[in-house]
Design a protein around this ligand. Sequence first.
Ligand code: ZN
Length: 242
Amino acid sequence: MTEKLFLEDAALATVAAQVLASTPDGIVLDRTIFYARSGGQPGDTGILRWERGETVIADTVKGEGETILHLPAPEAVLPPEGAEVTLAIDWERRHRLMRMHTALHLLCSLIPGAAVTGGSIGLDKSRLDFDLPTPPAKDELEALLNARIAEDHPVSHFWVDEAVLDADPGLVRTLSVKPPRGSGRVRLVRIGGGEVPASVPVDMQPCGGTHVSRTGEIGRMLVTKIENKGKQNRRIIIVPAE
Ligand SMILES: [Zn+2]
């Protein structure tokens, strides 16, 4: 099993870990800050350094059971099993993905009641698909999105028992990406709403991805396109303004 440090602290850019397994098909560590590709968010890239060398990591994916596979770049030298390594993710890339990811949560909050049927997070553009008969007005949506970003809401997470989700299925907005089940608990990501649990947040949903700590960190976003993808399906595309 790999301890997933990014679940508790997405701002970790470097950390020490131990190599449990090391093959050209993937390196398994006892703990990691590398996010494994899932839920529309790409896997992290970066580098592992040890006493006598370093390995460039080209991608990160989920492995067997609860492990994470760090995929070495072609021809890369592999760290020996048992080695202590220092991990460093490509922080600029990851931070951009976190900005995009958090912006999609805010976008979701601006289309209340519509189920999310798909989504993708990219470095240059990101999208969400909504089950929505009438598309929203693009300019108005962009203005509302940037207003929510500028409000600088805190982004936090907490864990709840799966039974809480069963009692309130409305919490699950994403039909295409079911929250992971089976561990007994689910991670809820909450944007805004102050510190009082009873107050209404801007957005709250199960999510295992990485987010910025405040919405102001996202920066200005543009809604570049609203496409019709099928009778009721609207695809909304956002890109960073700078
Ligand atoms: Zn998320």
